[in-house]
Write a protein that binds this ligand. Sequence first.
Ligand code: CMP
Length: 163
Amino acid sequence: MDARQAIAANPFFAEVLEERDIAVLARRALSVTHPAGTMLIHEDGADASLFIIVSGEVEVTAGDQRHGKHIATLGPGAFFGEMALMTGDRRSATVRALTDVEVLEITKSAIAPFLDATPELVERFADVLRKRQAELDRAYGASAFSVLDQGGFADLIRRFFGG
Ligand code: CMP
């Protein structure tokens, strides 16, 4: 499956983006394969791409290495890394490849035009952020986003992207 097919087969993106937008986004995505065990994202890191899983599985954990809590297991079609990309915050959790994993890496500049042009995409990401942050809150206690989130995640994303 090439990048365009992977995005076109993913309802999260395909339901709100035009065919030609999917083709442009796919051209801007970088396909990378990592072996099982690779750390794909380090909690607290300052990098900010998002990754769509094409094949394989990853585990999301939060907290330090020894006391890290299992937060989620994600497989094909799911994405991760969207929280830092959408908000500018540091990485909220650690993501590790459980199997060999193929991902499409999408940078902030690659996705920015589509967020500006497609309010529904912003709303969708905001929904994911709300749910995932609530799960992190349950694992941890308080929310680092509680103040920022007064206007909602959609506003937060739009402000961060300058809209
Ligand atoms: P980010 O904070 O950029 O980097 C760590 C990633 O872990 C985060 O984005 C999400 O993609 C992912 N993540 C955090 N919490 C959850 C959750 N509750 N369920 C699934 N994935 C999560």
